[in-house]
Ligand binder design. Structure first.
Ligand code: AMP
Length: 219
């Protein structure tokens, strides 16, 4: 059996990680594990975990390392993750990257893809992003679904994420620079980092990531 494929996708908020992870998940048949999506689902379900993290998410701050590491550890035990996973939004700092190494053991992370997008562009993308509260479909603010507030796919409410408002965006991008950008050196030192230009059409970004994966021979 082939070795499991663990891909970490890094990039600023709004770099297109979610879109690319959905595509790569279908291509390589491994689950898209987004800690942000898992936490938002918990908030929506109003579970004990959701109530614990709701205000942290709304402010655009980070929840505790222990909590997200536990979430990811549990997710890895599910049947669909035996062949690996695509990690989106995790790890977010060095402590989480080290915890992930401990979870994965010998093989570790197969490849870390860094989606490079200029700061000015992500700030514009984030502030114009609208999301369906029910199915998670992402729209730009000028899309008819965003204008009407009604999702074309499921009829749910389309709105702006609380953490896509200017103050929270600023905070999230600062946190990224301080805590997450150092992971580039971490994965470079392990010889698994590839950088991809994220400022192209989604198809071109996917093409470059797939080429990097096959060049490295990890899938
Ligand atoms: P995201 O969708 O990845 O931007 O995540 C949304 C929010 O979930 C973040 O602003 C954090 O509050 C929380 N979050 C997601 N992933 C992590 C993580 N790995 N560590 C800490 N907090 C996280």
């Amino acid at each position: 059996m082939a070795a499991p494929l663990y891909l970490v996708v890094l990039g600023k908020q709004g770099a297109g990680k979610g879109t690319q992870c959905d595509r790569l998940s279908a291509l390589y048949e491994i689950p898209h594990v987004s800690t942000g999506d898992m936490l938002r689902a918990a908030v929506k379900a109003d579970s004990e975990l959701g109530r614990e993290v709701a205000s942290v998410l709304e402010a655009g701050a980070l929840v505790s390392d222990d909590l997200v590491v536990r979430l990811v550890d549990e997710r890895f035990t599910q049947a669909d993750a035996v062949g690996g996973a695509l990690l989106d939004g995790f790890p977010r700092n060095l402590a989480q990257a080290e915890a992930l190494e401990a979870l994965l053991g010998a093989g570790g992370v197969s490849l870390c893809v860094s989606l490079e997008v200029p700061l000015e562009l992500v700030a514009v993308r984030l502030s114009s992003r609208r999301v369906c509260r029910d199915c998670g479909t992402i729209y730009s603010e000028r899309d008819p679904s965003a204008v009407s507030g009604v999702c074309a796919k499921c009829g749910g409410v389309v709105e702006q994420r609380a953490d896509d408002r200017p103050e929270a965006i600023r905070r999230r991008l600062e946190t990224y620079e301080r805590d997450t950008a150092p992971l580039l050196d971490f994965y470079r030192s392990r010889g698994v980092l590839v950088s991809v230009n994220g400022d192209q059409s989604p198809d071109d970004v996917t093409r470059d990531i797939v080429a990097a994966i096959s060049e490295r021979g990890v899938a």
